[in-house]
Write a protein that binds this ligand. Structure first.
Ligand code: AMP
Length: 215
């Protein structure tokens, strides 16, 4: 099964993608995570992407399509993937359709995670993760049991994404409406769009996603 999670920053795409990895054994393909790994590793792609990402703009189609194309060649793709944060433009959506076809893969559903801008800003600016295991937390909604210490692995270093500040968030949201939201109509016209209420509690969103992917 191949799925796309479509939604603005903070809609919960990453959270739901990780849950789908656990429950369905799918592979999470997050272009944001891949780009952050390239930044951390100091690769050429990473060096070019860092400033663009920090201010909340989109990296070029060519770069992200190249990353996804390489990743789709890896053997673990056969069991299915969740595209999280890709595609983000119409050109990326067309490229993905071509890549999937060429590799003999199909797209089963596109899940639009609907949200509310004021919910998003609070979610994004308050989130942080454990530097050890990557567990996600939030300063209002999901605090660790002991302040500053990861519930899962005991690590005491927490990190916040460089672009999870209000200024970059506003740019990311604007870019979502400008470049990514046309994909809602694009996939609707193709008959693959399903929508869920991304403002609900995490478990509830998971239930809605399970209902639409098994329907
Ligand atoms: P994300 O983790 O999905 O919020 O992505 C973080 C940042 O990585 C975005 O704000 C963009 O700068 C960049 N990025 C991730 N995915 C894409 C994509 N599909 N197209 C262009 N830029 C992307």
């Amino acid at each position: 099964m191949n799925l796309i999670l479509l939604g603005p920053p903070g809609a919960g795409k990453g959270t739901q993608a990780r849950l789908l990895v656990e429950s369905r054994g799918l592979v999470q393909l997050s272009t944001g995570d891949m780009l952050r790994a390239a930044v951390a590793a100091g690769t050429e792609v990473g060096k070019k992407a860092k400033t663009i990402m920090d201010r909340g703009d989109l990296v070029t189609d060519e770069v992200v399509i190249g990353i996804i194309s390489d990743r789709l060649d890896e053997p673990d793709m056969k069991g299915g993937a969740i595209f999280d944060g890709f595609p983000r433009t119409l050109a990326q959506a067309d490229a993905l359709a071509e890549l999937l076809e060429r590799k003999g893969l199909t797209l089963d559903s596109v899940i639009e995670m609907r949200s509310d801008d004021e919910v998003l800003v609070e979610r994004v600016t308050g989130r942080f993760t454990c530097a050890g295991c990557g567990e996600g937390y939030h300063r209002s909604f999901k605090k660790p049991a002991k302040e500053g210490v990861c519930d899962k692995c005991g690590e005491s270093k927490m990190v916040q994404r460089a672009d999870d500040n209000e200024e970059s968030f506003r740019t990311r949201l604007l870019n979502y409406y400008k470049d990514t939201s046309p994909l809602v109509g694009y996939y609707h016209a193709k008959g693959s769009l399903r929508s869920v209420d991304g403002t609900a509690e995490i478990d509830d969103v998971t239930k809605q996603i399970n209902a639409v992917v098994t329907a």
